[in-house]
Design a protein around this ligand. Sequence first.
Ligand code: SF4
Ligand code: SF4
Length: 588
Amino acid sequence: MFSYIFMKILESRPHRYDWGIDFLTKGQAGKIKEHIVTNFVRSGMTVLDVGCGTGDLAVRAARAGAFVTGVDISEGMLAVAQERLHENGLENKVVLHHAGVVEIDNLFDEKSFDLIASTLVMSELYPEEREWALKALFRILKPDGKLLVFSEVRPKHFLKRAIYYVLRFPLALMTYLISQTGTKPVRNLVDEMRQAGFEIIKERYSFLESLVTVVARRSKVTQPAAVARVMKPDQDRSQIKSLFDFCGRWFPNPVVPGLRRIGTPDRNSPVVVTGNFHLTVRRVERALTNQNCYLLVVQSKGINVWCASAGGEMNTHSIITALKTSDIASLVDHRELILPQLSAPGIDTKLLKKMSGWKGKWGPVYAGSLPEFLANSHTKTQKQCRVRFDLSFRMEMLFAMNFLLWLFFCAIALAIHPAWAVVMTLTFWGAGFILYAGYYLLPFKGGWSKALMIVIAAIAVFVGISVHITGHPWHYTGWMIFTSLVILSIGFDLKGIVGDQSSEAEAFLHKLGFKSVGRLFLSKGVHMGFITQDKSRCVNCNTCVKVCPVGVYGIAENKKDIIIVDDSTCLKCNGCVIQCRQKALSLS
Ligand code: SF4
Ligand code: SF4
């Protein structure tokens, strides 16, 4: 259990993943894989490693003579796996696929594998995903083949469950704070496997019954057909999550992905897509209140659409997964999805069409524009393509992004003296208000320089008070240092939060070699350079105009060509580069 929870942290560090897992499990993880290879893998077998990660099991099985296929959703993990195959000269014996578990039915023919292994993957999936994945595994397993699942599960025995949750809570909390992610132990894995058509050969539990190894084969029972599951708007509203939306915006706040029925949709009703961030889902549902449509909530790891797409968390695979598990295709006759414009950096519409048959159409930036967009035959105005960083947005961000930081400084101040907490609170929100409300009025371009300017002003005030009261300037040095720290922390990612420029904090951490801090800063979201357009490739398709949220592109004087009209506002989000089919755009 200990190792499993920390595995979530290690997942964001693919190169250190195997080392970390072996260290934390004192070699147990390696032993499980060795057990699989020794007892189940035979030379000449076809083996599928679902969630192959860095390819450890795949390499071991290939060395034992098997022909191995590995599937993983993480590009970082697959890159490490590929290096490992190259080092071991096993490139001809192992094939790797970048895909989600739910997509495997598209990749392989029926009855393709002698052995399918899934280690520590099932508890990462939502029940609908797991149901779909197990059915797909049933289909691609040979009649005499075996499925081997190693997973975290919820102990059945009351006492063991109580001990398990007591031990798990601090580790899960720490993991969430560091990596902003977590897992849910599966309640009835064995039952779910049976329902998918498997016959259980063996199940072996760990001491606390929190980890299980299940060996299964195909039973003769026919699988029931999938039935579309549709939720109602607000069905999963949570007061705690709403509170977190309001004051803990740094952290992911997920809802269960899936389909929501809005009003009374028919077979021609639009299908609107959004990410599974609680706040976004509530806002989109509210905006669509008087519509008749479907809302497809896809996995974005509980992060807002823009950050999740730029960081690779909301991608083509998430959409394909939601399409399949919701079975929306059985409810409508058309095959068009209205995608949020800000998901452009993460979604490959060409791949989406190829893999699912669904066409993606770019919707407006804000949920509030959806009714107008739908009424206007799914076309949007220029205004609906733009992000706004107005005062109300900045005030919302001031509170939502800084409330927890204020609590943290309050705790420190209270530990020193209650009076410090009062002064610190006034300083904190006063400086925050000046920085957020006056962002565009304050001199200097960068958020850090603006914060430094406030720090200097605050120090000057302290020096003045000190001279006035004590006669010498540095009597309140402790206060000065504490206040400076408070103000600098408010300004740490000011530019990124306020949103009109790319994040300084993210770029700085990237330079220091930190590719990510959990999911807070994701290196995939950091793009440098200036946007350039190769006119010889451009076919004036207009896509870049539709996806750019800050109006970098426009129409040339000849009223035909699409050109860069103002690159100074470019946020380097990479959306246009990803969406340009002609590869006419680059950030260089
Ligand atoms: S998306 Fe590419 S091809 Fe289309 S108008 Fe823009 S630059 Fe030209
Ligand atoms: S021009 Fe810049 S801001 Fe606009 S979509 Fe492209 S990368 Fe993003």
